[in-house]
Design a protein around this ligand. Structure first.
Ligand SMILES: Cc1cc2nc3c(=O)[nH]c(=O)nc-3n(C[C@H](O)[C@H](O)[C@H](O)COP(=O)(O)O)c2cc1C
Length: 235
């Protein structure tokens, strides 16, 4: 159990441009289910489609300074919210066997991986799809989570016809089960599985760290963050 933590903060991020579509319906149901189980949770629900998202321009300023130069579309603020919460629920529809464009912009702009943005956070990936490629889209989200130091504690892949109502008895039962599981994992100090811990250790110490240390000037913002957060000696 996380000692002394009274209110757990959860962020739910919907990557669908159709805010009332299938992905949003599932995510809102998960939110309701979590609140029903634990009314003291602090849950913020974000529709990326309601933000005026701007594309990453590849300037690499975030590596050097720790911050994105684009400040006015709210993604820098979202990155801070992700950093300051205990768990994140990511949802995306499948677009051409991948995540949606909105979701991809968030991945590129919120500087997740080198910054270890999801370090020790319990995460839940939700993907809707119609016929093919949902698994691949979910893999993109799960890899984002693990590559950013987090744990994939729950996954939900939902097959539906475009425009169908997503909430039926079967999905409601599944959401209720997964919500309970998510909360159990959220309360752990380290929600990573043994496999995830081994993967994180190897990918950080032999991949990411070596790469960053080869160019300390370019990655000054990243190194400063690792020092501040204690990630430099990440295990
Ligand atoms: C541009 C576009 C591309 C899509 N590509 C796929 C696809 O590759 N595979 C698939 O199974 N469904 C695909 N779909 C269907 C959606 O993933 C599916 O209907 C999803 O549930 C929509 O979620 P939403 O209602 O939250 O927007 C696509 C839909 C759109 C609009």
């Amino acid at each position: 159990m996380k000692q002394g933590v009274i209110i757990m903060k959860i962020l739910i991020i919907n990557g669908s441009p159709r805010i009332k579509g299938a992905t949003g319906q599932i995510l809102r149901k998960i939110k309701d289910s979590l609140i029903e189980i634990n009314p003291s949770l602090e849950i913020e629900y974000i529709d990326l489609a309601m933000m005026n998202l701007q594309l990453c321009n590849g300037c690499l300023s975030c590596y050097k300074t720790g911050n994105c130069i684009i400040k006015d579309d709210g993604l820098e603020n979202l990155s801070k919210k992700i950093e300051n919460c205990d768990g994140v629920i990511f949802g995306s529809p499948t677009y051409v066997t991948n995540v949606s464009g909105h979701f991809k912009i968030m991945i590129d702009r919120c500087h997740f991986v080198f910054e270890r943005l999801l370090f020790n956070k319990a995460c839940f990936s939700v993907v809707t799809y119609e016929n093919y490629g949902g698994k691949k889209a979910q893999k993109v989200i799960n890899e984002l989570i693990r590559n950013s130091g987090g744990a994939v504690v729950c996954q939900f892949l939902i097959k539906l016809n475009h425009g169908d109502i997503a909430i039926n008895d079967k999905n409601s039962i599944q959401i209720s089960k997964l919500s309970r599981k998510f909360l159990r994992k959220l309360e752990k100090n380290n929600p990573l599985s043994v496999y995830e811990r081994i993967f994180r250790n190897i990918s950080f110490n032999f991949g990411i760290k070596n790469h960053v240390l080869k160019n300390k000037i370019r990655y000054k913002g990243i190194l400063d963050r690792w020092m501040k957060k204690g990630y430099y000696l990440e295990k």
